[in-house]
Design a protein around this ligand. Sequence first.
Ligand code: PLP
Length: 392
Amino acid sequence: MLYLDNAATSPMRPQVFAAMLPYLQENFYNPSSVYSPARKVRAAIDDTRAFIGDALGVSSEEIFFTSGGTESDNWAIKGTLEKATRGRHIVTSAAEHHGILYVCKHLEKNGCEVTYLDVDGEGFVNAQDLARALRDDTALVSVMLANNEVGTIQPIAEMAEIARQRGVPFHTDAVQAVGHIPINISELGVDMLSFSAHKFGGPKGIGVMYIKKGTPVFPLFWGGAQERSKRAGTENVAGIVGMGEALKITLEELPTEITRVSALRDKLIAEILREIPHTSLNGATGDKRLPGNVNVSFRFIEGESVLLILDMQGCCASTGSACSSGSLEPSHVLTAMGISPEMANGAIRFSLGAANSENDIYALMQILKPAVEKLRMLSPLYDDYLKNNKGS
Ligand code: PLP
């Protein structure tokens, strides 16, 4: 099997599974109980929190465990808006994940006003556009650190500083970034940051919301006093321990993996553009793009059809975010980047990870090129193109 969809989710490391197992079996106790076996479980949570805070350059008291990226994103927006005193205006970008966009759409129906910042042809938000969008009643800015479809890495530190000068809290969705590029949250200067373990070799259903001390945010979940009364509910202990282990391994490997995976990415991009005509790269290049992200559009055909052929040959890829796969609407990210509906519908995302090697690039090219050629032979658009360009 050729797995090239690591941005949708990544395979769990065996060491992560091994670290989690005791907390699903003998160490099953509720961490809120007072007896000593339960205190051992509580210690595992505290140790992981301390490690994560340390690894990301913040205090452990600012790390809150959630069920993943979606919950953290929802919490940042809803929790801030509920407590906002300045007003109910939100600034975000048109290329955010639906975990942000759909919350904003929902809040718009409930009296909030949202400004969706444009992105340029490579997916970048312009920091000066952000500066112009801020108002006296702006309650929150949320701009993602790295885009899940095209891998564009935003200048978050610059934007967070602009918001800070105006006294507006800044949230960033770092779900695709943590474990893939170096991150020091203090240096980024954000007030809130979301991430999710299953994007870097950890388990699904566990993530983090970083909340800078003093940031006014209401809880999303009410009930018990877990997570310092900010996020009620018995902790996903095995998930937390697994996330810590996955982050540890990933960060140890990160310096070499960035170089190795970026080289694989650039090789795959070069091969596709050289071997398959009428193809274009979506997004930025070099270190402004996530190391593992390749997003290309094949003219005249549907990305979904290419995926079906790849799937029949044992290759897993995606047309964009896993959540929007299967929808016939062109990607909102590519549309926001000004890419035509035809090219947006012909887009495919390959996302490389720790388990991929150069052999996978060759294996993919063996099936991708014939797949695109076969579909073009059946495409009325391609037929028209050939007729119109006869002899040219
Ligand atoms: N934000 C981004 C940028 C993502 O890519 C994803 C998942 O694909 C999420 C949020 C949602 O994360 P989770 O799957 O942990 O809910």
